[in-house]
Design a protein around this ligand. Structure first.
Ligand SMILES: C[S@@+](CC[C@H](N)C(=O)[O-])C[C@H]1O[C@@H](n2cnc3c(N)ncnc32)[C@H](O)[C@@H]1O
Length: 174
């Protein structure tokens, strides 16, 4: 777990909005598997008290894989618990997701779209959780926009790379 000035996990339960831009979903599965994977996600979110309140299209200029179609977009869901306040200015639900170069992780997200999401749905000083942190892009975006963060990563190699990256970002930002 990566943590900067983090409050406890308990504190994160009081946060009302969640967007998981990168929860693993196997796009190579066949259509039946994909439907059942989506059902599983919805069931899990609902049992945790969240409701989908929108989805975003991340438009890419490259294909991450190809099967029935050449996949050039990702579709993260926006989840809400209760009735959180609306953002001051709603951002568009179609966002460009340029190629990051994947230098630290095979599915590394670029920072810019993540900062837009964080700024739309949180205030400075609030807490951003990325339970699938990879190279720590979401945590870096949180750091750069004055938010606290908690990142979780299963793979020790990426955990170490993300920790080193965040130390660099923190230093260059101070
Ligand atoms: C799609 S990648 C995230 C990439 C990240 N957005 C970035 O910009 O680098 C998902 C990551 O989640 C990690 N992961 C998968 N299952 C996990 C779990 N149960 N707990 C923590 N990390 C997990 C994987 O090791 C992988 O690095």
């Amino acid at each position: 777990m990566l943590c900067r000035e983090c409050r406890s996990i308990e504190a994160s339960k009081t946060k009302k909005r969640v967007i998981d831009v990168d929860a693993p979903l196997n796009m190579d599965a066949d259509v039946t598997d994909l439907t059942s994977a989506v059902d599983k996600f919805f069931d899990a979110w609902k049992s945790a008290g969240f409701q989908p309140v929108g989805h975003i299209v991340f438009r890419k200029t490259y294909s991450s894989s190809s099967m029935f179609l050449s996949y050039q977009h990702e579709q993260p869901y926006l989840l809400a618990k209760g009735r959180p306040p609306l953002p001051k200015r709603a951002i568009a639900d179609v966002m460009d997701m340029p190629y990051s170069g994947n230098k630290l992780h095979p599915t590394q997200k670029p920072i810019e779209p993540l900062t837009q999401l964080i700024c739309s749905f949180t205030l400075p000083g609030e807490l951003v959780l990325d339970p699938f942190a990879g190279s720590g892009s979401t945590c870096a975006a949180a750091l750069l926009t004055g938010r606290n963060y908690i990142g979780m990563e299963l793979d020790a190699k990426y955990l170490n790379q993300a920790s080193a990256r965040l130390a660099r970002v923190s230093q260059s930002n101070s």
